[in-house]
Design a protein around this ligand. Structure first.
Ligand SMILES: [Zn+2]
Length: 322
């Protein structure tokens, strides 16, 4: 059997960082999960990451990685070695890729986490036959990435700029947490759905959603909306329909700019499955121009949480392609 290539994928997430050894076939053959404290300094974080990488490579001596790929939840600088505006302040503008690369004498680079997820779907997902694959990652925020012929299409910040901040509605001038006014993310992200759920529970304390939150002893959030909707609650289903419709307007707009043949819905909210995807697709087709929307296949992302690690490693495979 020919020797397979491997790469290390480092997926820096909200609550934790996942590090894995990934094969060129897209399989994660070993993994570690690391929780860093928001007060940790960059050197301490590098030390923790390096320990996990050493651990994994020592356990797999036959599988010498080609390099280290990092998925970073923020903007990436043009050198693909560092970024900023992520969720770990110590890593802002810190040359993380360079440091990890030096420690292991391996090439290392960094990409935006949304771009990583899109690349993973384009290389290894169910819809990998797509020529132009647009991924909408609806999680805490909304990330949008585009892969053309298997390569990430970058406009700025290591991705499609801030495409999730599509300006789409009127407000009383209230900025979103990123600072823009009237964006899609403020209507259709996990954060937005958390707010919708909380306001609804305050208004309708006798609802199934409010009862669930009381049972759990906390405020309702997007995950409760999804669970309650699966149980058949019409109010929770209506919330998902609304969010799906807003995402559909975004999808129609991005389709008219980028002409994708596949639009995937991923991220935490995609756990709602067809309850979110169906209104999304219906609204996109109703609102957008047929010449752009008719060729599009709408589908759920297929790699789930794994997409982050796989996509982080996949940038190394891409860099090594002849
Ligand atoms: Zn915004």
């Amino acid at each position: 059997m020919p020797q397979q290539d491997f790469a290390i994928g480092v997926d820096i997430g909200g609550g934790s960082t996942k590090i894995g050894l990934v094969s060129a076939g897209g399989d994660i053959v070993a993994r570690r999960r690391i929780v860093v404290d928001s007060s940790d300094g960059a050197d301490a974080i590098v030390g923790r990451y390096a320990e996990a990488i050493r651990d994994i490579t020592a356990a797999h001596p036959q599988e010498r990685p080609l390099g280290i790929g990092i998925g970073f939840p923020g903007r990436i600088h043009p050198d693909n070695l560092s970024g900023n505006l992520g969720n770990i302040p110590a890593l802002d503008d810190f040359p993380l890729a360079e440091r990890l690369g030096e420690l292991f004498s391996l090439p290392a680079q960094m990409e935006n986490d949304g771009t990583a997820a899109g690349l993973a779907e384009a290389m290894f997902g169910r819809d990998r036959d797509a020529q132009r694959l647009l991924l909408i990652a609806a999680g805490t925020g909304i990330g949008v990435s585009l892969t053309i012929d298997g390569k990430p299409f970058i406009t700025s910040g290591g991705g499609l700029g801030n495409a999730g901040q599509l300006i789409i509605h009127g407000t009383e001038g209230q900025p979103c947490r990123q600072g823009c006014i009237g964006c899609l993310e403020s209507l259709a992200s996990g954060d937005a759905l958390n707010g919708i759920a909380r306001r609804y529970c305050a208004e309708v304390p006798a609802s199934a959603l409010a009862a669930r939150a009381r049972d759990l002893g906390r405020e309702a959030d997007a995950s409760d909306v999804i669970v309650t909707a699966f149980e058949g609650d019409p109010a929770a289903r209506a919330m998902l329909t609304d969010v799906g419709r807003w995402l559909g307007r975004g999808a129609a707009t991005w389709a008219q700019i980028f002409a994708p043949d596949v639009i995937l819905l991923g991220g935490g909210l995609s756990a709602a499955g067809d309850m979110l995807l169906e209104p999304l697709e219906k609204e996109a087709r109703a609102c957008g121009l047929d010449m752009y929307l008719a060729p599009v296949r709408f589908s759920l992302a297929s790699l789930g949480n794994e997409a982050g690690i796989i996509g982080a490693a996949a940038q190394i495979f891409l860099a090594n392609k002849p």
